[in-house]
Design a protein around this ligand. Structure first.
Ligand code: 13P
Ligand code: SF4
Length: 302
């Protein structure tokens, strides 16, 4: 029997659902029940009726699914699939930062550990960060925004306020250079440039649009434009090409890959369902607080 057939059979038997991030390998996207960005995946995880969630993404995303669906079994096919940005701030470091700014409210990007979320008032993704900052805080609030300095700087500019920030970054997005954008624009003068807000300011400032991964997928479908230069992790090109056969997509840089997102393979997904591993758990003392932080975000409807 084919690998994919075996996965589908076992998925039925276990009453499991497969959630995959837009950066996953093409074959993983193709077997998933839902492919999306961090926000969409969080919403799916909080609403599914399945008993088991097989999460094809990175660890903080699986942890988020567990926090939002504590009664379900959440599996990650490769437990080494971490997010280096999420690991750039610990709960201890955040507590120290909060102690230096005792009046500040804490906002975390979803790319954080559950322990960091438990220390924060509210969470955001790249898809709703601007909305959360505009609607969840008062003008006079001091805001600590961790861990992505580039997302924080981009949103600061959009909303016209300053944040107390952390110097975290995404190692994959910083590989996209201004000269990459310039070169691709010269090669494809009719293309629109879409980039992710995790890119440094030298990139977001020259792009035509700055969008989350799901925002990009939606935009390219609805736009009249036929050609796009995509400034984010290159796994997303599979979905864009599949959903828009008449359009052309160029990566801003082939170097923008996230090795952790590529650790999930079909073999590991099958093994994960067979062995019911690796189960993602969150310590009880962190669970409740992290859930409050995430649920506050989910309650701000997109
Ligand atoms: P999105 O929420 O836009 O999918 O981004 C997640 C991520 O990890 C980007 O690097
Ligand atoms: Fe983390 Fe960057 Fe990979 Fe996204 S692309 S999961 S932010 S390392």
């Amino acid at each position: 029997m084919e690998l994919v057939e075996k996965i589908n059979l076992l998925k039925k038997e276990r009453n499991a659902v497969i959630l995959a991030h837009n950066y996953q390998l093409p074959e993983i996207q193709d077997i998933a029940d839902y492919v999306g960005d961090s926000l969409g995946l969080s919403i799916q995880a909080s609403q599914t009726n399945a008993d088991v969630i097989v999460f094809c993404g990175v660890y903080f995303m699986a942890e988020t699914a567990k926090i939002l669906s504590p009664g379900k079994t959440v599996l990650i096919p490769d437990k080494n699939a971490g997010c280096p940005m999420a690991d750039m701030i610990t709960a201890e470091e955040l507590r120290e930062l909060k102690a230096q700014h005792p009046k500040a409210k804490a906002l975390c990007y979803v790319n954080t550990t559950a322990a960091v979320k438990a220390e924060c008032d509210i969470c955001c993704t790249s898809g709703n960060a601007e909305k959360i900052v505009r609607e969840a805080f008062r003008e006079e609030d001091e805001i600590i925004f961790v861990p992505d300095q580039y997302l924080a700087n981009y949103i600061a500019k959009r909303v016209g306020r300053e944040f107390i920030l952390w110097k975290g970054f995404c190692p994959s997005h910083v590989k996209i250079m201004p000269e990459d954008i310039a070169r691709e624009r010269t090669r494809h003068p009719n293309a629109e440039v879409l980039v992710h807000p995790e890119c440094p300011v030298g990139i977001t400032s020259v792009a035509d649009r700055v969008l989350s991964t799901e925002g990009m997928c939606r935009y390219v479908k609805e736009s009249e434009t036929r050609e796009f230069i995509i400034g984010t992790e290159i796994g997303i090109l599979h979905r864009m090409r599949k959903e828009n056969p008449g359009k052309v997509f160029y990566p801003a840089s082939e170097r923008a890959t996230c090795p952790n997102m590529k650790l999930t393979t079909l073999e590991k997904v099958l093994w994960s369902l067979e062995e019911m591993r690796f189960e993602v758990t969150v310590p009880a003392d962190i669970m409740q607080k992290a859930q409050t932080c995430l649920q506050r975000m989910i309650d701000y409807k997109p």
